[in-house]
Design a protein around this ligand. Sequence first.
Ligand SMILES: Cc1cc2nc3c(=O)[nH]c(=O)nc-3n(C[C@H](O)[C@H](O)[C@H](O)COP(=O)(O)OP(=O)(O)OC[C@H]3O[C@@H](n4cnc5c(N)ncnc54)[C@H](O)[C@@H]3O)c2cc1C
Length: 445
Amino acid sequence: MDFSVLYIGSGQATWNGAVPLAKSGVKVGVIEESQYGGVCSNKGCNAKIILDKPLQLIDQIKALQGRGLDGVPEVNWEDLMAHKHELIVPQDQHGKDRLDNVGIQTINGHAEFVDAHKVRVGKKTYTADKIVIATGLRPHRLDIPGAENSTDFLSLPHMPEHVTILGGGFVAIEFATIASAVGAKVDVITRGKQILKQFPKEYTASIQADLKKAGVRFIPDMEVERATKDEEAGTITLEGPKGFELTTDYVLDATGRVPNHDQLNLEAVGVKANHRGIEVNEYLQTNVENIYAAGDAVDKTIPKLTPTAAFESRYLAAKFMGTNNGPIQYPAISEIVFTSPRIAQVGVKLDEAKANPDKYEITQASYDGDWYRQVENEQGAELALIFEKDSQQLVGAAEKANAAEETINTIVPYVQMRLTKEQLNDFVYVFPSIAYTLQRRLPLV
Ligand SMILES: Cc1cc2nc3c(=O)[nH]c(=O)nc-3n(C[C@H](O)[C@H](O)[C@H](O)COP(=O)(O)OP(=O)(O)OC[C@H]3O[C@@H](n4cnc5c(N)ncnc54)[C@H](O)[C@@H]3O)c2cc1C
């Protein structure tokens, strides 16, 4: 065999486990057809946060107008994009170096199965004892001429005057936030009524109201039926039921992401998969014994995010090294949408807790009037803590605030360890700080 373990794809679901595996002496290969490091490093999380950061700063500066700050800086999209390129372009090489440096053989090209132990890349075939499918997702494409996807948006050379976004998921709403903050007129067209379905309704309603106030127009319950591009004018016209017609400069198709497994010749090996991903058991093993899957490629109910892909990658490495032979046991999962303010959550969801009052007790607190939030003049921030009634243990939390990612990250281990209300009061935090503020919101026992 050429390899003990051969990974298809080089994203978070691969390198987090492949690197320690190679370091432990296992012969590892990685096949990548595009950029090393995958979507997150090259055309997802990292690029997005570079574009988001100055916008968040501007919001904070706006909140302090007349409170020590006079004047709001403007975004220079072209410079911001250049800064993004400077940081992101090298990621591909860094991703390859990370693998090469520990003796992993990197293979450039599109992988396809020949049989359960053999993968073809161009004219070459490679054999492996175990194969991990970590091929992720690609943007879903509606049949709209001229429409672009999230990858294109993250490299937009100039912000168009009128941006129309199709979809109501986290990519759609984060990019609506960015485009609107940069000065574009933004329309968001959704098939249903609700945006950001995975987050608490009351928080998403407030984010939507903020976006509307900023000029974003939401067009719910709308299915685009026809689209035409006027090459001369550089516009796209969308048409829908009941005479709906909208002409715009730019269409971002953010209607979801689909698995890449349809391009792996899975039929040759009989690996079971569906429109959500590769089917696996509790060991991330497919129905073919030596073939595993990890990350966004997997058909799973937990969120398809970088930390879950990385967790699965590390789990598989431990399994292959023989240091963990048990089934995968996911910890409390946290997630965030980078709107302004952010919404972040971990563990049991707020809407679920509200629907089950016999099981859960909720402590909801507004940060308005909180001393530390007054320093930044932040309004409308809120925290919800979810306790299991019987055990009085913390099982979930959600927050809508500028620094929600920090608060929720502080709470992640508490939820994972299911600390009780009493235990939550047993920490001494740095003061002044966000974490200290959090403790002040805890129910006193
Ligand atoms: C715009 C955007 C923003 C995001 N923001 C966040 C965020 O803020 N936080 C967060 O946690 N997550 C975020 N995500 C999700 C995150 O990027 C993914 O969850 C993560 O990249 C999954 O890693 P993965 O390794 O499973 O797949 P990927 O990163 O998709 O890697 C799969 C790799 O496999 C390669 N590949 C596919 N088929 C083949 C083949 N046949 N042969 C060879 N190579 C192949 C692909 O080229 C790709 O490099 C975002 C995603 C997008 C699109």
